[in-house]
Design a binder for this molecule. Structure first.
Ligand code: NAP
Length: 296
């Protein structure tokens, strides 16, 4: 039963392109489930339109918006405030509007970490505070995941990236938070030592490698400890060649769809005032949408 509000609560997602975004499927599923009179739209915004479209969306009475590529960094200059985690990550994927303006947050890291922890728990495991994780990548997803790992655990982090300079820059940026500094190391992928592989509790792929149209990520998974997890943030395809290889060895492989679903939880709460659940029905609903052609 949907309780009507007048007008319905409005929210959406901005990006360029935007047709592929699955956020409307997630938010409209939850609106139906929780009986909320809400609308969630895809809004195509090109980079040069960012500032005036943000103001226009706010003036239309939107509760807030999600922000996807390529605007997550550029949008920051037009906001009235941002959370500590959005500032530390250097990107915003969630904006709420109120009488004091537009306020930015980043829910990618918490979404990914919540998903990782829930899968580990389902497998009777937990994060080991004394073993490093290896995160591959230095872009937006790697920044969000690294920050959340460091703030939520006491465990070390080894960052690797094709462009070593970007891994160094990310380590410098995160080292500004002094608690993080002793736990952080940057390496090039081919600089990982046998001990790095053997000690790691997991590998997180935060690069584009393995996505449809990209080359697969080739990683020496055989050198990882048998109990190490592999978390691939890619979700198109749901099972990347890396995950297929990991699962064939009997190791725990985790796909990126859970991150997408969990990063939407704080957004839905902020827009519609209900903390929603991520469950198997939602996952099946979004997988069905993934398998349909995009709406143009
Ligand atoms: P991004 O900011 O553009 O960063 C791309 C990363 O991929 C960089 O580290 C880049 O390395 C690396 N890369 C690109 N081509 C490569 C190659 N040929 N070999 C090795 N490394 C390469 O992108 P992003 O937003 O962080 O996204 C990264 C991944 O996370 C994507 O697969 C995306 O789908 C996924 N993601 C998933 C979710 C989710 O909800 N599951 C959310 C966000 C992102 P260089 O620095 O060397 O260029």
């Amino acid at each position: 039963m949907i309780a009507p509000t007048d007008p319905p609560i409005q929210a959406g997602v901005i990006g360029d392109p935007i047709a592929h975004s699955l956020s409307p499927q997630i938010h409209t599923y939850w609106c139906r489930k929780y009986g909320i009179d809400g609308e969630y739209q895809r809004i195509h915004v090109r980079p040069h339109e960012l500032e005036y479209r943000l103001i226009a969306i706010r003036d239309q009475g939107f509760a807030g918006i999600n922000v996807t590529l390529p605007h997550k960094v550029a949008i920051r200059q037009f906001l009235n405030s941002e959370t500590d985690r959005a500032r530390a990550i250097g990107a915003v994927n969630l904006i709420t509007f109120n009488e004091t303006g537009a306020h930015g947050d980043n829910s990618d890291g918490i979404g990914a970490f919540t998903h990782l922890k829930s899968v580990l728990q389902e497998n009777d495991r937990q994060i080991a505070e004394d073993r490093p994780v290896i995160i591959y990548g230095a872009g937006g997803a790697a920044r969000a995941m690294s920050y959340q790992w460091l703030i939520s655990t006491r465990a070390p982090l080894i960052l690797i990236n094709r462009t070593r300079k970007r891994a160094n820059e990310l380590v410098s940026r995160l080292s500004e938070i002094s608690d993080f500094r002793p736990r952080l190391t940057a390496r090039a992928p081919d600089e990982l030592s046998p001990a790095d592989y053997a000690n790691a509790q997991g590998l997180i792929n935060a690069t584009v490698l393995g996505m449809h149209g990209e080359t697969p990520l080739r990683f020496q998974i055989g050198n990882l400890a048998p109990d190490a997890f592999v978390y691939d943030l890619v979700y198109t395809p749901l099972e990347t060649p890396l995950l297929a290889a990991v699962r064939a060895r009997g190791q725990l492989g985790i796909d990126g769809l859970g991150m997408l679903l969990h990063q939407a939880v704080p957004a839905f709460d902020a827009f519609f005032g209900v903390r929603p659940m991520v469950d198997e029905d939602l996952r099946a609903h979004v997988i069905a949408a993934l398998n349909r052609p995009p709406q143009l």
